[in-house]
Design a protein around this ligand. Structure first.
Ligand SMILES: Cc1ncc(COP(=O)(O)O)c(C=O)c1O
Length: 384
């Protein structure tokens, strides 16, 4: 028998749009032209590729000022890929033994507790090869996750100022817990406390994540720390219900578009079920499309029935459970004149251009951050 496979069938593929990344970066800059930008690239650049994102951003007409990562290994990957810009370990180090590696690789560290302070001020300059460390001193202004209490600020500040291992000036920073909620007064309270603690200090300051950048101009200070927004996703919690909070209104565009082809099309009759656990039953005769993406690629297993998928210019609903390598969508009743026109090989968009990841996150009772950084390594990445 001859094979009739259609050419061009793709399994889960993430199209990464470098122009969108650069435009989002410029949009962020335009919101606070005099602030510097630390681009947050942790968790594999929010699933977009760590070195890939960094290399695009350093080749911008106005290169990014610094990168932020969560782990030492992430910083070392950036250095190994030729990134020479400042890199900040946003949680600092967890071991004194890491400090020489930090020094040799010219990394910067956050200090948020006494262990980190002591490690830095007590290590011998020889171990640091006489290099001084640039320190971002993190103050807890109400998130109660990382950061020193107000009462300890003076002590930490002076200990770091006096240490021969520290390169001055420090950067004074805090992190906002609720900036994505535009009416939540926690943010104003946090910013007031930050102001009280740091007002008389002339060091550069930093408080704004993406939501701070968009919704709280008072948080901008000297360094912005955008993550999500760089990738073209709205950081505001009501992005799917409130047009003004959407990525379009914020003038940013998705960097990742996740796609996969239809690999099978079949008819189901009224009363027939689809997928594991038979968790969806058709109430009419219809056509089911099987798409080559599943939770093994990072598509959320908990996406509910009805989660939108973009196919041939229209939205079709996910039906049945998400499998490891496949999902099933309801293509609708077969039209007598075959106007649905769906065919094996047609490419569906799971999120990205035309279908915001914010919407999919809502249907999967999660947040866009989790969907993006869950993208698995087997997903092909195509840089455009
Ligand atoms: C300290 C710090 N700053 C900035 C960011 C970036 O946050 P967002 O992705 O919301 O912009 C993060 C990420 O969680 C962070 O931990």
């Amino acid at each position: 028998m001859n094979s009739h496979f259609k050419p061009g069938i793709i399994t889960a593929t993430a199209i990464i749009d470098s122009k969108a990344l650069l435009a989002n970066y410029q949009q962020i800059k335009s919101l606070a032209p005099s602030a510097k930008i630390l681009a947050v690239l942790k968790a594999n650049g929010y699933g977009h590729g760590l070195a890939r994102m960094a290399n695009i951003l350093v080749n911008s007409t106005t290169p990014v000022d610094a990168f932020g990562v969560a782990r030492l290994d992430e910083a070392l990957i950036l250095r190994a890929s030729g990134i020479v810009q400042p890199i900040v370990l946003l949680e600092g180090v967890f071991n004194q033994a890491d400090l020489p590696v930090v020094a040799v690789n010219d990394l910067q560290v956050v200090v948020h507790d006494k262990e980190q302070l002591n490690a830095i001020i007590n290590i011998s300059p020889e171990k640091l090869r006489q290099k001084q460390l640039k320190v971002w001193l993190k103050i807890d202004t109400g998130m109660h996750r990382l950061g020193i209490d107000k009462e300890l600020f003076q002590y930490f500040y002076h200990a770091l100022q006096q240490s021969h291992n520290v390169q001055l000036p420090l950067v004074l920073m805090s992190h906002l817990a609720c900036a994505d909620e535009q009416n939540n007064q926690n943010t104003a309270t946090q910013l007031t406390l930050f102001e009280q603690i740091t007002a008389k200090y002339t060091e550069p300051k930093s408080c704004a994540n993406s939501a701070g950048i968009c919704a709280w101009p008072a948080s901008h200070y000297n360094w912005l720390r955008p993550g999500l927004m760089l990738y073209g996703v709205s950081p505001l919690n009501d992005a799917t219900e409130n047009q003004e909070a959407s990525a379009v209104a914020l003038n940013i565009a998705p960097v990742m578009t996740l796609q996969a082809s239809i690999i099978a099309i079949r008819q189901v009759k009224t009363g027939e079920c689809v997928g594991y656990g038979a968790n969806w039953t058709s109430d009419k005769n219809t056509t089911i499309g099987v798409i080559a993406i599943g939770y093994g690629d990072g598509y959320p297993r908990h996406a509910e029935n009805g989660t939108p998928v973009l196919l041939n210019g229209r939205i079709v609903p996910l039906v049945g459970r998400v499998s490891m390598d496949m999902i099933t969508v309801n293509l609708g009743e077969e039209q007598p004149d075959n106007t649905n026109h769906d065919e094996i090989g047609d490419i569906a968009t799971l999120w990205g251009k035309g279908l915001p990841v914010e919407v999919i996150a809502k249907h999967a009772t999660t947040i866009p951050y989790e969907l993006l950084c869950n993208i698995k390594s087997r997903v092909k990445k195509i840089l455009i």
